[in-house]
Ligand binder design. Structure first.
Ligand SMILES: [Zn+2]
Length: 123
C-alpha cells in the first residue's frame, strides 16, 4: 500500500519557508515494516527483495529524517523512491481502494469492485 498521507505538517511553531524533509517511499516502507509492523530487518529485506544491509541503510536514513523533522519542526513530504513502487498507482472512486498495475498496462476497472471510475494517483 502507498502511504495514506502525502505530507505531515507541524502545528504551532512552523516556518513555512523552512525546508521540508523529503521521505521517499522506500524509507517510509522500511520504517513502517520495522517500527509499525514489528518485522525484523531480515523479514523486511525478504519482503522488499533487497539485502538486509540495504534495509539497515534505508532504515538509518528514515529514522534520521524523521528525527530531524520532529526536532526542527519541519514538514515531511512522502514522495519519490524508485525501487519498490516503480509502477503507477490508481484509486477507485467508488470503493476508495488503491491498486497498482504490475503488468504495466492501464487498468480499466477496479480489481475489487469492478467500477470503471478509477483515476491515477500522482506521486
Ligand atoms: Zn473499487
Amino acid at each position: 500500500m502507498p502511504p495514506r498521507a502525502k505530507a505531515f505538517m507541524p502545528v504551532g511553531y512552523y516556518k513555512s519557508s523552512s525546508e521540508a524533509v523529503q521521505l521517499n517511499i522506500e524509507e517510509f516502507e522500511v520504517f513502517r515494516l520495522l517500527d509499525y509492523e514489528g518485522l525484523t530487518q531480515v523479514e523486511a529485506a525478504k519482503l522488499m527483495q533487497v539485502s538486509r544491509s540495504g534495509v539497515a541503510r534505508i532504515y538509518e536514513k528514515a529514522r534520521y529524517k524523521l528525527a530531524k523533522a520532529l526536532t526542527e519542526a519541519k514538514k515531511i513530504n512522502i514522495e519519490g523512491g524508485s525501487n519498490l513502487f516503480d509502477n503507477d498507482w490508481y484509486e477507485c472512486e467508488r470503493c476508495n481502494s488503491k491498486f497498482n498495475n504490475p503488468a504495466r498496462e492501464s487498468p480499466r476497472v477496479c480489481p475489487l469492485c469492478n467500477s470503471a471510475f478509477i483515476h491515477m494517483v500522482n506521486n
